[in-house]
Structures are given as structure tokens and as C-alpha cells.
Write a protein that binds this ligand. Structure first.
Ligand code: DLL
Length: 428
């Protein structure tokens, strides 16, 4: 029998019991070791004996990104610094970085979670995994690498960018899996096509994450690289890094590792639980994280839980793909819009590609204006640009209830990045 990283739990009851034990351990551990959580418990009067069932999680207060920044440089720390063997950090757009500490056991747990992702994607020791995400303080590169090594596959740590080297290695080493941000996946797909390498490579799977992707982007990656399958991988620095779950082979959602963390979805306004199947903010509580445990950490990411049994047969619960972040939302003329709604809308029109940018400006008349620049699909007729722009404008007004100016621009004229793409430029 090959080694498996899937949990041995057989039923929902067994999972809930494991989660309760993990929750009780975390609250106790946080009280013992973390001055941050000691203070919070003192303020709210909720202590470990108050946690007798999973539902009791609702008694605990939330933890936020601001708490992490205020605790800089070692927020939430719940073990002596001598036990910390690694830190990672995520940049964020404002203020200090969020620095997260890891113990030896945290790294072990993370690599096991990640090996499980590869296992779910159908990878084995026979695979050669080319890693095209950033190394350094960012969790991405080392996360993909640890997981590949834990699985026993061959890690090929090339890093982001450097398309020349990626193409050379992919051909020479006959890589079978490619790991990237969605933006880097697109860059690589276009490059492999441009160089006519499709028949010289043996890529089978692409695993991409770190940012939202549209269906158009995925199609492009899948077709130009000629792979069997692609998988969306979520993750965030606060919760170890990438590899907190993986899109299942049946593509009916993302199975998340509920034996490592509890996922709640809440309404970001009322902070009450979102009804099953409705969109809410992801709030996570870790069950075995030592150095920086998370208790009801508000991620700001939006998704929904997928109810019912999955046809892939795995009993681990599912969430939908990450639809956006509550802090990505912009308001134009009184309408709330998430960039994800724009990618969804553009994916419905074949004459345009996946790449777009949204510019928000205030006119001299004091009104707000939105311009959406979108690339013409490869090979589409430029003479149709005006008609396509009019069609998109119509879709915008009907589906998002706000008009805008749509400009169809040349294929590959918008910037490409090997990291995370910025799509909204608010100049108001
Ligand atoms: O982006 C970790 C990661 C690296 C995940 C590589 C997957 C692949 P951070 O830099 O801390 O960590 O950013 C985390 O990125 O809260 C989401 O908003 C977004 N994000 C991550 N994965 C996805 C995804 C890494 N698959 C933040 N789909 C998260 C959509 C994603 N958004």
C-alpha cells in the first residue's frame, strides 16, 4: 500500500470529535503560552472550561489582521521563542508585515497537509513537480517544496518568472506537474504556445492558487499546456501557507483539511453565521498549530460551504473557490462590486480573453466613472471590437447594475505578472 496523507476518520461524528479535542487543546494552549490570548480571555471571561462542544466556539472572540499587526514582530506567539524554527511573512498593502512563527511540529503538520493536496491531485512519488512561485519570506515556494518532498515526489524549485529557465527545465526534465499562481500559469501557457513546445513537454497537471482565477484563465492554461487536469489551491500565511485544501478531482469544490482547522462562514456585517450554502467570510480556528494558533481568525476571504456528499467520495467537507476578499470590494455609484463578478462576466464572452483591468475615476462633474479594459481573445477579429464592447457594456448594466466604458484592447497588451495580478486601480 502506498503511503497516504488522507485522514483515517470515517464519519462526520468522528471528525467533530476530533475537532472538539483540537479546539479544546488550542484554547488551553493559547491560555498557557500566549499573552495576546490571555488578555483576550481575561477581557471576555471565556476560558477553556467553557468549551464543551463545537458550538461553544461561538463564545470565543474573533482575532483579526489588526491584532497580528499590533503584535508585530511575533504576534499570537504561544511557545517560547527557542521552539520557533522558522518565520514567514505576508506583505499586505498597509502597515507592518504579518509575521508568523512555526515550530518544528508546525512544519511537519504543514508538509503533511500539503502532501495530502498533491495526493488528492493524483500525484505520486513518480511525479516531477516544477515550482514556479516565490521563495523567501513568502510561504509559497517552500510550502510547495516541503509538500512535494514529503510525498516523495521530485521537487524542481525554479521559482517565479524566468520563463526561459522554466521552458528549458520543463522540456529537459520532463516535468509532470507545474505549481504556480494563476497569473504565472497564464504566462507559462502563453510562452509554451509561442515557442511551440507543447509536444516536447510531458506536463499532466497544473496546481495554481494565491489569487482568484477566471474560467477563461483556466481554459487557457489547460489548453495551451495540454494538461489532463488543473487544480485550484487555497492558503494563507496565517494558516501555515498554501495547501489548506485542494479542489477535488470531481471539481465540485475545494475539500479543506477540517482535521487541522475549523472553518466557519460569517456575515462580515452582523458577524453571525452565514446560512449553509450562502456566501460569507471565512473564519478559521486551528486545531494543532503550536507557535501561532488562530482562534476565530477573520481571513476576509469570501466563499460558501458546499453542502452534501461529494461524488469524488472524499468525506472531508468542501468550500467553493474563493470568490474574493471583503476588502477587495469597491463601490461605484452606490453599487457594491467584487472584481470576481467582472471576471465571471467576461468569461461569458468568447471574443475576449481573461486579462482585464478596471479603472475607477472621478469626473470633473463629480460623478464616478468605471472603465474596463479587456484583451481581445487570441485570434478574434479587431473589427468586432466595438460590437463586443457594446455587448459587454450591456452585460455590465444588466448583471452588475452599473454602466461603464468597456474598451477591447489588443491581445497580450495588458501587463502580465508571475506573482498576483492587480486588476482594480481606484484613482478617486
Ligand atoms: O497566497 C499562499 C498561497 C501561495 C496560496 C500559493 C496558494 C498558492 P498570502 O500571500 O498570505 O498567502 O495570501 C493569502 O491570497 O487570503 C486569499 O485572499 C488569496 N488566495 C490564496 N489562494 C487563493 C486561491 C498565499 N486559490 C490570500 N484563490 C488569501 C483565490 C486565493 N484567492
Amino acid at each position: 500500500m502506498p503511503k497516504t496523507f488522507m485522514p483515517t476518520i470515517k464519519s462526520e461524528e468522528e471528525l467533530r470529535q476530533l475537532q472538539l479535542e483540537g479546539l479544546q487543546w488550542t484554547v488551553h494552549h493559547a491560555l498557557q503560552g500566549s499573552s495576546f490570548y490571555q488578555k483576550k480571555m481575561k477581557e471576555t471571561g471565556v476560558y477553556p472550561p467553557d468549551i464543551q462542544s463545537i458550538e461553544d466556539i461561538h463564545k470565543l472572540p474573533f482575532t483579526t489582521a489588526d491584532d497580528l499587526r499590533e503584535g508585530y514582530p511575533f504576534p499570537l506567539l504561544a511557545v517560547p521563542l527557542e521552539q520557533v524554527v522558522r518565520v514567514h511573512a505576508s506583505s499586505g498593502t498597509t502597515g507592518k508585515r504579518k509575521v508568523l512563527c512555526y515550530t518544528e511540529k508546525d512544519l511537519q503538520d504543514w508538509s503533511a497537509m500539503f502532501a495530502r493536496c498533491y495526493e488528492m491531485a493524483g500525484l505520486s512519488q513518480a511525479d516531477r513537480v516544477q515550482i514556479a512561485v516565490g521563495y523567501g519570506l513568502w510561504t509559497a515556494g517552500v510550502g510547495f517544496q516541503l509538500g512535494a518532498e514529503r510525498l516523495g515526489a521530485m521537487a524542481v524549485p525554479v521559482g517565479p518568472g524566468n520563463l526561459d529557465m522554466h521552458c528549458e527545465i520543463m522540456v529537459d526534465l520532463q516535468t509532470t506537474a507545474f505549481c504556480c499562481t494563476a497569473s504565472m500559469g497564464l504566462l507559462m501557457a502563453e510562452e509554451v504556445k509561442r515557442r511551440g513546445l507543447r509536444d516536447k513537454i510531458s506536463l499532466r497537471k497544473v496546481i495554481f492558487g494565491a489569487e482568484r482565477h477566471s474560467e477563461a484563465m483556466r481554459r487557457n492554461i489547460q489548453e495551451n499546456l495540454g494538461v489532463e487536469d488543473t487544480f485550484d489551491i487555497p492558503g494563507l500565511t496565517e494558516l501555515y501557507g498554501p495547501g489548506t485544501g485542494l479542489e477535488c478531482p470531481a471539481h465540485e469544490g475545494i475539500h479543506y483539511w477540517a482535521d487541522y482547522y475549523i472553518l466557519e462562514l460569517i456575515d462580515p456585517e452582523t458577524l453571525k453565521p452565514s446560512p449553509l450554502g450562502e456566501v460569507g467570510e471565512m473564519v478559521v480556528t486551528t486545531l494543532r498549530k503550536e507557535a501561532a494558533p488562530l482562534i476565530r481568525y477573520r481571513t476576509r476571504d469570501l466563499t460558501r460551504l458546499v453542502p452534501g456528499k461529494c461524488s469524488c467520495g472524499n468525506i472531508l467537507p468542501r468550500h467553493d473557490k474563493i470568490l474574493g476578499r471583503s476588502d477587495d470590494m469597491f463601490i461605484i455609484r452606490g453599487v457594491n462590486i467584487y472584481p470576481g463578478q467582472i471576471d465571471h462576466l467576461l468569461s461569458q464572452v468568447l471574443q475576449v480573453g481573461s486579462e482585464f483591468q478596471v479603472f475607477l475615476e472621478r469626473g470633473t462633474d463629480g460623478k464616478d466613472y468605471m472603465t474596463v479594459k479587456v484583451e481581445r481573445a487570441e485570434g478574434a477579429d479587431p473589427q468586432e471590437d466595438q460590437a463586443v464592447a457594446a455587448q459587454l457594456n450591456n452585460l455590465l448594466s444588466r448583471q452588475l447594475l452599473v454602466g461603464g466604458k468597456v474598451e477591447v484592447v489588443d491581445f497580450q497588451s495588458l501587463p502580465r505578472t508571475e506573482r498576483k495580478s492587480q486588476r482594480v486601480f481606484d484613482k478617486r
